[in-house]
Design a protein around this ligand. Structure first.
Ligand SMILES: [Zn+2]
Length: 195
């Protein structure tokens, strides 16, 4: 149902829940609050039991809030990836949503250190970890590894390029990577024919 999580970090994976943003037919993957909580569980941000409980409480308004956050995440990191100034409104939105999320987070002991955890059945819990992830990426980086898929068809999926020589260009090798390879071969064949 959902795309492969190729973003490398929760906030970018969430931004990618619109497939093919700049194509003629972008595909929205979140149509209901249930889709949102299912995605959040799929991405490992909440467990399946929590997702099932949240489903009973989440509304269309909660979904709209999450989608506004998602679009702000996309705007901010698409700008970061292109080396452009980050629009203030989108940045402000991340800041607001992060502050709201942290107001509900609890310090909880982990194996080696304390961490921030969300508990309870507030429907906003489905996207709180995304707001935290986005601000953490902005404050801690590595921002120079944020990239948008280079597919000419207009995928613009966002990801963290963790490859050693920073050479990753596509969201997925078996998706846009394959398409690009086919395109290269086709144009090479056409060039050979014209020669
Ligand atoms: Zn792509």
């Amino acid at each position: 149902m959902f795309l492969e999580l190729f973003g490398g970090v929760a906030c970018l994976d969430f931004a990618n829940t619109v497939d093919g943003r700049a194509t003629a037919q972008p595909e929205e993957l979140l149509h209901s609050y249930a889709d949102l909580s299912a995605w959040s569980a799929y991405a490992g941000l909440i467990d399946a039991g929590t997702a099932a409980r949240l489903d009973h409480r989440g509304t269309d308004a909660d979904l709209r809030t999450a989608i506004e956050l998602r679009e702000a995440v996309f705007t901010v990191f698409a700008a970061v990836g292109r080396g452009q100034p980050v629009p203030a409104a989108a940045l402000g939105r991340l800041q607001t949503d992060y502050a709201e999320a942290m107001a509900h987070a609890r310090l909880t002991p982990g194996e080696i250190a304390y961490g921030w955890q969300f508990t309870g059945d507030d429907p906003r819990r489905a996207w709180w970890p995304v707001a935290v992830s986005a601000v953490r990426l902005l404050t801690d980086g590595p921002l120079d590894r944020v990239k948008a898929c280079a597919a000419e068809a207009g995928c613009i999926g966002l990801f963290l390029d963790t490859s050693k020589n920073r050479s990753r260009r596509w969201c997925t090798m078996d998706g846009c990577g394959v398409d690009a390879k086919i395109q290269r071969q086709t144009s090479r064949r056409q060039a050979a024919r014209q020669a």
